[in-house]
Design a protein around this ligand. Structure first.
Ligand code: C2G
Length: 134
């Protein structure tokens, strides 16, 4: 039987336990996990601010994880189908904060939304850290 490739996407800024858990659960759905790490420019256009960690740092962190086989830069949300085809992915995994948003790629692969880990977020961590200095 051929290898089953899983693909997922994310910013993974200020890396935390919610990030590793979604990557572990994604990896468990196949034999090989490919991760698209969103570009700094994509974040600025999407969230109106640059990530705390640069795209090179975020790529380095994600690439170092034992559940991750390959990383690449995600330049645009609209190119999702191209990335899936280029990397030969059989399944797209996204957290359920994106539920339904990427169903339009279901002609090229299976689409799975996994529940987010409760009570942890990059925004919450940034606010917490900022509050320590006031
Ligand atoms: N996540 C999670 N639990 C949390 C926080 C995040 O499971 N408590 C998951 C998200 O659902 C996502 C992944 O971790 O699957 C990365 O989250 P973000 O870095 O917030 O990614 P985002 O900015 O939503 O970028 O193409 C889509 C984008 O690149 C996704």
């Amino acid at each position: 039987m051929s290898e089953r490739t899983v693909i997922t996407f994310g910013t993974f800024d200020v890396f935390h336990v919610g990030h590793i858990r979604v990557l572990q659960r994604a990896a468990a759905l196949g034999d090989r996990l490919v991760v698209g790490v969103s570009a700094d420019a994509l974040n600025i256009s999407k969230k109106g601010r640059a990530p705390v960690y640069s795209q090179d740092e975020r790529m380095e962190i994600v690439a170092s994880l034992k559940v991750v086989d390959e990383v690449f830069v995600e330049e645009s949300l609209e190119r999702k189908r191209d990335y899936i085809v280029e990397h030969g992915a059989d399944v797209l995994v996204m957290g359920d904060d994106w539920a339904g948003k990427f169903d339009w790629v279901d002609d090229v692969c299976e689409v799975v939304y996994l529940p987010r880990t409760p009570s942890v977020s990059t925004t919450g961590l940034i606010e917490h850290i900022a509050s320590l200095s006031t």
